[in-house]
Design a protein around this ligand. Sequence first.
Ligand code: N01
Length: 532
Amino acid sequence: MSNEQKPSLDVVVVGAGFAGIYMLHRMRQIGLETRVIEAGTGVGGTWHWNRYPGARCDIPSMQYSYQFSDELQQEWEWTEKYATQGEILTYAEHVVERFDLKDAITLNTKVVSSTYLEQDALWQVQLSTGETLTSRFVVMATGCLSKPNYPNIAGLDKCQVPVHHTALWPHEGVDFAGLRVGMIGTGSSAIQSTPLIAAQASSLTIFQRTPNYSIPAYNEPLSPDYVADIKARYQEYRAENWQRGFGADFDDNDQSALEVSDEVRREAYEARWAKGGLSFLAAYNDLVLDMRANDTAREFFREKIAARVDDPELAEKLIPETPMGCKRLCVDTDYYETFNQDHVNLVDLNEHPIECIIGNRVVTNERDYEVDVIVLATGFDAMTGALLNIDIKGVDGQRLQDKWATGPKAYLGLATAGFPNLFMVTGPGSPSVLSNMLPSIEQHVEWISDCIEHLNANQLRSIAVVPEAEENWVGHVNEVADVTVYPSCNSWYLGANVEGKSKVFMPYIGVPTYVAKCEEVVAGGYIGFNLA
Ligand code: N01
């Protein structure tokens, strides 16, 4: 393309989940020609794909929603404390209708590659349909948990029974009635789906590599009075939520778990347990900072899990050895109790690893398990998987896959050096998965759209990360993580769940510090970026 040619678009947005939808809305508001490219048959991102039984959000629904429009948040009626996948998907579809965004979203289409044309300061975006787009900016709204992770098990590709990954669940659902089900994985997706699959199946065998910590959800219908109270002070409620990163109901305690007596601590844990949900982690200020404090919570969970499982030997297998919170805490409804049913079995893969799958048999080193269907609840190639699925080439033809071969490097999780005018929403190095994703998405989308407006207002063609600023930020992200318990187990935060992936701690811990840094960068004239 030569300098005289104009790009077909101002902005290409990749993905029509919550990030892509809001990005499109903002771009439209400032009059930019924008197209969203979405691989799925509908909008909603993670809520479009993850339709497994029991799929729900673990952030209360009054907080897991957009706040950019007061009319929208006043009009929309959430029905339960934790919204179901179906309700969240309906909400995403409603937002698209309400803000008249549909015509700019191209479904059933993948972005195959994206190449930066340096001379023109343009991106050339190749689609799976054969169409090529050119645009000034590309915004990767590809989600943190969108590329499914498949276990490398010999024979899985040839097995003779249906295999369903929780992250690519059939839209028509799966009827498990009377079937022998084998499920691999015991993360959030497995923990949510286990009780519902067990209720249908003739047998359910769960293959567990690492047990997880789970706390009851105590999900319930939302009372009209509760909803009215929050809606009357929604802005204030959102502000409180944002200060805490994870939610207004977090109710942080600025005390160490080690400063109080055993009785006081026990009472505090019991109260958090009775409330249920992720706020358990905020019971004391050092649960994720000090292993000794973490041990007190671990011990409490050990007792709680043991009390929910009838067979003490089985309970032992379900109790994690890892620090609490170093993998994302799960939130359940009757997960552990499901193991008290005779037709539900647990196979500890540490004792009896899967050797292969032959025909309809999952073969461990101890015995074969005949199954009629296999559920892979094996998670995601998190945070980088979807980005690296696209062949992205920046300055001098450098590939993002090569640049990130030893782990992702991004400045504030918003952009990466060598790839000008390409933004990421909640990319590696931003709080993203260690925050309530919806406000984090909104903060990123607003930062990016303000930045594009700034470039346009000042007739600037490009914005590029200064490599040194990126190095410093990546170093800081790791420094912060290293004083916590987070890097101490094989989690997807570290990329440790995917064979061959470099182990680097990817999210940034600390929403308020992060937001202040983003604001400081702008106030200082985009510190750490070159604008030209
Ligand atoms: O995935 P996971 P997920 N052989 O990675 C196991 C969000 N989410 O889909 O721990 C055998 O947590 C793996 O074992 P190990 C939420 O942020 C939210 O459940 O790696 N097992 C693990 O047990 C969550 O954290 C909600 O040793 C293998 C499981 O598969 C994130 O998504 C609901 C294996 C994967 O667990 C991911 O959750 C659902 C192998 N080769 C998801 N490979 C809510 O909002 C992997 N495993 C409530």
